[in-house]
Design a protein around this ligand. Structure first.
Ligand code: FES
Length: 277
């Protein structure tokens, strides 16, 4: 019988230092057959193994429209990520997945998409952004509001430049007051405020939001005021997972298993979750 906990071996093809404590790995399956048969959709996540240290859960940060590799971004925050951080290009690690539900991109065809992210929360949103931009003809306006505590905390700087240069994307970057540098050309202010100032139209639009809970908490009322109903605001929860597929019971919030029922939820669904969350 196949061991459902057994990871596939992936090789690190590229490492990008996003910030002082956040890295992006580009990974390729070692076994060409596995690579050929692997597929995923925007929003899904994986379990990443540092051999000898354990597994950690991250979203797949690359887009399914770029099937030759998968990418993950992680902040060093414990034993596993500490070990992963020490790996180099050419080293091997493990990957299990994909797991979880997906962002309903097919339902969003013909709509405008507003992406809102804070810090490392851009990782799962980036997957959707590239998916949307690689199939740009399917969508109306694309707005991205991305913020971090400081200029040094902004992830995916190369891609931010790429998006800023596109005529078919409206990108607003911001840093918290005091986080700017003398040459910073973006906005200064907290993400909820900047979303309000950017005022994306809610007409035939959906919003995708991911970031620190406090950012989400204060952005939701702003979106509501702009006319976005809770049913068209999507977010992803990726904390508290271990097995990834409904076995360990570690990720549940009330009767909801984040790994199976999520990690993608609408704001309406999140408001139904027990108050412990
Ligand atoms: S992560 Fe194990 S049940 Fe959800």
């Amino acid at each position: 019988m196949t061991n459902i906990y057994k990871p596939e071996i992936v090789t690190i093809e590229e490492i990008i230092d996003e910030t002082i404590d956040t890295k992006t790995f580009r990974l390729k399956f070692k076994d060409p057959e596995v690579a050929k048969n692997f597929s995923f959709k925007a929003g899904q996540f994986g379990e990443y193994t540092a051999f000898g240290a354990g597994e950690s859960t991250f979203c797949i940060a690359s887009s399914p429209t770029r099937p030759d590799y998968i990418e993950c971004s992680f902040k060093t925050a414990g034993k596993v990520t500490g070990e992963l951080r020490e790996l180099n290009v050419g080293d091997e690690m493990g990957f299990r997945g994909p797991y979880g539900n997906t962002f309903p991109l097919d339902e969003w065809k013909g709509k405008s998409i507003v992406f809102i992210a804070g810090g490392i929360g851009l990782a799962p949103v980036r997957c959707v952004i590239w998916n949307v931009l690689d199939t740009r003809e399917n969508f109306k306006d694309v707005t991205i509001v991305y913020g971090a505590r400081s200029v040094g905390d902004l992830c995916y700087k190369r891609e931010l430049e790429e998006w800023a240069a596109r005529a078919d994307v409206k990108l607003v970057t911001t840093v918290d007051p005091g986080g700017e540098t003398p040459d910073w050309k973006g906005s200064v202010g907290f993400v909820p405020t900047i979303v309000g100032e950017t005022a994306p139209s809610a007409d035939n639009a959906v919003a995708v939001i991911c970031g620190p809970p406090i950012m989400i908490k204060f952005t939701l009322p702003v979106l509501e005021k702009l006319g976005f109903s809770d049913e068209v605001v999507y977010t992803t929860l990726e904390n508290r997972m271990k097995c990834g597929f409904g076995k360990c019971g570690r990720c549940n919030i009330g009767h909801v298993y984040v790994c199976k029922d999520g990690p993608v939820f609408t704001a309406a669904q999140i408001k139904e979750l027990p108050a412990e969350f």
